[in-house]
Design a protein around this ligand. Sequence first.
Ligand code: AMP
Length: 197
Amino acid sequence: MFNIVLFGPPGAGKGTQAVKLAVAYNLEHLSTGDILRAEMSKNSPLGQKVKNLIEKGELVPDETVISIIGEKLRNAGNVVGFIFDGFPRTVEQAKALDKMLADEALEIAVMITLEVEENELIERIRLRGESSGRTDDSDTSIIKNRIRVYNEQTATVADYYKNQGKYVPVSNMGTIDETFSLLASEIDRRLQIAIKS
Ligand code: AMP
């Protein structure tokens, strides 16, 4: 299996690129944000539990997202690999992911961070909010809070993967297709290494 973490601040383009990569490499796309929003629209007990935090731009508790991902991994069946989008967002989540994968004799092959300048992030999120209707994408103070939460609680996850030699930064200041090509060449290079070893 070839498992990828696609990392970066809110608005960096993780969702867009993860969907394209999932199609190109036949990977199962796991986005905790998408899963949580689906629970909110169903108004399920889980959706009700996380609604308030998501609408404020705060993180939901580690154990909530870890158990969501755990269930997805257990029920995945025969897949080529996973692309994790928006998870892990804390070092606790990263450790739990490693442990859950190790239990199945699996691991993360690479963690790719999409890099976008901060003032550009706010613009991109606001634009996305106009079409998606996401409340956490529409209000500037909530957008800024999400970027603050990223800087304070999530950015350090990069060090966790740097220590494992799996961290790869990729600029997403270009077009969607340009960034996709950069991502694909990083992945292709690692796939070649994985095949040879
Ligand atoms: P996203 O679509 O990835 O930007 O996620 C939207 C919101 O869902 C975030 O602002 C958090 O409130 C929540 N969320 C998604 N993934 C996680 C995660 N891995 N850990 C904690 N909260 C998360």
